[in-house]
Design a protein around this ligand. Structure first.
Ligand code: CAA
Length: 379
């Protein structure tokens, strides 16, 4: 068993860490407070090759593996979880199903601009009445010759409004449940496709979240991913990989919070000495670091499986479940170590705590992860 990082992975980590520290961290607090999505950071990620890490060079990608993508997610989340979810929704939720299920022609049309960062991607599954119960979505796709007419509404769409390319799930026959769901690529600017309410959030505030509205949108058959009725499986398979991305994001948040807590504990003096001298603080740090190490092993094992043939659904649910709970616990303890200062916007730990919460909810709540894990155990 080899736990060492390959030279390529180390190089990726150093490159993203350097970018994150120099260009992402300085404005992270302000962007969060102003709920400002900075597209120039996405363009910078494109220039560094991060927007297409795992895709073939033929389609504008970097030709690297999913582990490299997970490293990027982790390093970004250490300083700014919002930017990491922008990348996550773009790479593992929007681009992945196009790479996996798209035809060559669809890859050329959609994947290449996504990989090169000329287009920003989003994934539209959730609806006001279909969150955890994703199979019961109501957005309709009615076939009319060589087009489908899309009608309905999506909500909680990460990168919504800002994105150019949307992988959208709609049903061709609601009576068929999961077997009616079909996947389409919908582009910003298509007549009838518009944006609804912007959603203001507790955390990840410098990523956009918006409703999507479809009113008689004519989507050509050439934009359908896979066959009619295959959409639910496409969505679930996409989330199998996406959840690794959220696990990595949660891992990064926890690491960022621990790093801040250690630095603060060493310099903050009370009762005549640094608070790091007190066992109450030392034991908290030890528990935080231990949970982070376990999250790291689960996350990198799940993505190792993805890179080595798949079958990673249960492993990615476990990683996402454990790493997100860890992020929440570690960020909360970091705020506790900072005391009153931790509760203020002067320090990053309150942002880490707010950002950590969503990792327990999106890409399947942790209750849904337990369903996925227990079904895999019992099948
Ligand atoms: N891969 C391939 N196929 C799969 C699959 C997978 N991982 N999981 C299920 N399927 C197949 C099943 O085999 C089944 O096929 P058959 O009927 O042909 O046998 C079909 O899909 C239906 O599966 P289930 O019966 O298991 O479906 P279900 O209705 O019981 O739902 C669920 C299962 C796990 C609860 C699922 O609905 C789910 O994951 N819900 C959570 C949705 C979610 O994660 N949403 C996140 C939105 S995106 C987001 O959050 C992004 C963001 O903001 C960043």
């Amino acid at each position: 068993m080899d736990f060492s990082e390959s030279p390529e992975h180390r190089q990726m980590r150093e490159m993203v860490r350097d970018f994150a520290r120099r260009e992402v961290a300085p404005g992270a607090a302000q962007r969060d407070q102003q709920e400002h999505f900075d597209r120039t950071l996405f363009e910078r990620m494109a220039a560094l090759g991060l927007t297409g890490i795992p895709w073939s060079e033929k389609y504008g990608g970097a030709g690297a593996d999913f582990t490299s993508y997970i490293i990027a997610m982790e390093e970004l989340a250490k300083v700014d979880a919002s930017l990491s979810v922008v990348l996550g929704a773009h790479v593992s939720l929007c681009s992945w199903p196009i790479d996996r299920f798209g035809t060559d022609e669809q890859k050329e049309r959609f994947l290449t601009p996504l990989a090169e960062g000329r287009a920003l991607g989003a994934f539209a599954l959730t609806e006001p009445g279909a969150g955890s119960d994703a199979a019961h979505l109501q957005t309709r796709a009615q076939r009319q010759g060589d087009t489908y007419l899309l009608n309905g509404q999506k909500t909680f769409i990460t990168n919504g409004g800002a994105a150019d390319t949307y992988v959208v799930f709609a049903t061709v026959d609601p009576s068929k449940g999961a077997h009616g769901v079909t996947a389409f690529v919908v582009e910003k600017g298509m007549p009838g496709f518009s944006f609804g309410k912007e959603i203001h959030k507790m955390g990840i505030r410098s990523s956009t979240t918006q409703e999507l509205l479809f009113e008689n949108v004519e989507v050509p058959i050439a934009n359908r991913l896979g066959q009619e009725g295959e959409g639910f499986k496409i969505a679930m398979a996409t989330l199998d990989g996406g959840r690794n991305g959220i696990a990595a994001q949660a891992l990064g948040i926890a690491e960022g919070a621990l790093e801040a807590a250690i630095a603060y504990a060493k310099q903050r003096e009370q009762f005549g000495r640094p608070i790091a001298d007190f066992q109450a603080i030392q034991f908290k740090l030890a528990d935080m670091a231990t949970a982070i190490e376990a999250s790291r092993l689960l996350t990198y094992h799940a993505v190792w499986m993805e890179d080595h043939g798949g079958g990673h659904g249960m492993a990615s649910s476990m990683a996402k479940l454990f790493a997100s709970d860890t992020a929440m616990q570690v960020a909360t303890q970091a705020v506790q170590i900072f005391g009153g200062y931790g509760y203020t916007v002067e320090y990053p730990v309150e942002r880490f705590m707010r950002d950590a919460k969503i990792t327990q909810i999106y890409e399947g709540t942790n209750e849904i992860q337990r369903i996925v894990i227990s079904r895999a155990l019992l099948k």
